[in-house]
Design a protein around this ligand. Structure first.
Ligand code: SPV
Ligand code: MG
Length: 431
């Protein structure tokens, strides 16, 4: 009897799945692969039913002889271990993001005479239910909890900035395949720099919370991924405790507040801007008050340390971050405006000795030669690309304006623009 392998990532079974299992089982002895939560989280929402439960569920289905765990989107390890005669998949992976994974499967099967059988993909009514389930992920309770959960599932969290509905959609939907693995952003950063700059205002806590919330609402309305808010200094402690409950209720997953006092300016000015760090105890009190005020268990407050930005040295950074964690911060953000990540690496090595598991957030804007994987290897858990969608859009917009003035028409700017057809269909209507 031939062995047949098929991989599943679903946590909600419908009649279409049962039908495909029966067809696969008719080809031989069916081994079902259960994709791990970590692997699933790389390309869609993490499963609501955990792996162990899914393994039991799959194993109880008629036609399934046993279940094995597949820990990557690539079938490489499973093919090597199981050497199935047949691999079954829906034909929907021929194009798009999974086609590289498919190519590898075909190559590996060919090496020993195995066969790929593709069943035509059929749209099931339950798929609509599943996508409506996905949209329920945007509801505040579920959405807020997702960041904490992802921190337990992924080696590191990749975050891109969003500053309005459209950029939110880009962060929500951007996907790429690298070496057989799918990549997508895990969360969004709503930056004070970008939120101020799009409004033509400086990044000095001038754009007030009401306005920041408007931006958040705009993004949240069209996306489902968790949001980390750049909360600047958090303002007065007396105000912070109210404001964070508002954010929590909206479904924001985390706020990062920085240990500055007085007129806050953007950190990337480094020591060129006069900026003052708050006394350690004063900032710890703000963290303590915030943690006491929050109502849910999953909302997180990260403490951002500006010691390296302000040239106060590693010892100061470490003492502060240690105190912030002791005051209840869920994690720390260590910021730097150096061109290399060396001082961030040195900090993480020292901090890890004190707090082996506390999340560390980094923002590699000036030291962006360091890859996410390198930063994570040195201890980072959350990596924020803080301003790049805005910075990349601006040059194109400015060039378009200049070309139009220069030529008295817009034709010369065509190559910088979406086509009319593309802009009309970019945002589909729901019918
Ligand atoms: C922001 O994005 O507003 C930040 C990060 O606070 S930075 O601009 O690097 O200070
Ligand atoms: Mg900021």
């Amino acid at each position: 009897m031939k062995t047949v392998y098929m991989c599943f990532s679903t946590d909600i079974l419908h009649s279409g799945h049962i039908a495909i299992i029966q067809r696969a089982a008719a080809l031989g002895e069916l081994v079902l692969g259960a994709l791990t939560d970590e692997a699933i989280a790389t390309f869609k929402r993490y499963p609501l039913i955990p792996l162990e439960e899914r393994v039991k569920l799959y194993g109880s289905l008629n036609g399934v002889s046993r279940v094995v765990v597949q820990d990557s989107l690539s079938y490489r390890a499973v093919i090597q271990a199981e050497k199935p005669d047949i691999i079954v998949h829906g034909d929907d992976w021929r194009t798009g993001i999974q086609s590289g994974v498919r190519d590898e499967v075909i190559r590996m099967l060919a090496a020993y005479g195995g066969e790929l059988v593709e069943f035509p993909y059929t749209h099931s009514a339950t798929e609509d239910v599943l996508s409506s389930l996905d949209s329920r992920l945007s509801m505040p309770e579920t959405r807020r909890a997702r960041l904490k959960k992802l921190l337990t599932l992924k080696p590191y969290i990749s975050v891109m900035e969003a500053h309005n509905g459209l950029t939110g959609l880009i962060v929500e939907n951007a996907r790429t395949e690298v070496g057989g693995e799918l990549r997508q952003f895990d969360a969004m950063w709503v930056s004070s720099l970008c939120d101020s700059t799009v409004k033509g205002k400086p990044d000095i806590e001038l754009v007030d919370l009401t306005s920041r919330i408007h931006t958040l609402e705009e993004i949240m309305e069209v996306t489902t991924k968790p949001i980390i808010l750049d909360g600047d200094t958090g303002g007065l402690t007396e105000h912070f405790v109210y404001n964070l409950r508002t954010l929590e209720r909206l479904g924001i997953s985390a706020i990062i507040i920085e240990d500055k006092t007085g007129l806050k300016k953007n950190s990337l000015f480094g020591t060129d801007a006069q900026q003052v760090q708050a006394p350690i105890e004063e900032f710890c009190e703000k963290i303590r008050a915030g943690k006491k005020a929050q109502r849910s268990r999953d909302f997180m407050i990260f403490a951002r340390c500006e010691s390296l930005i302000l040239d106060q040295g590693q010892e100061d950074a470490l003492a502060r971050c240690d105190a912030y964690v002791r005051a209840g911060a869920d994690g720390v953000m260590i910021h730097s405006c150096k061109k290399t990540p060396d001082e961030v690496y040195a900090f993480m090595a020292a901090f890890r000795k004190l707090h082996p598991a506390t999340p560390i957030v980094v923002v590699p804007t000036t030291y962006n030669g360091a890859s996410e994987a390198e930063l994570a290897e040195h201890g980072a858990n959350i990596i924020i690309h803080a301003n790049h969608l805005l910075r990349s859009a601006f040059p194109a917009m400015q060039k378009t304006a200049e070309l139009t003035l220069q030529h008295g028409r817009t034709k010369e700017a065509d190559q910088l623009c979406l086509s009319i057809k593309e802009i009309l269909t970019l945002i589909p209507t729901e019918d």
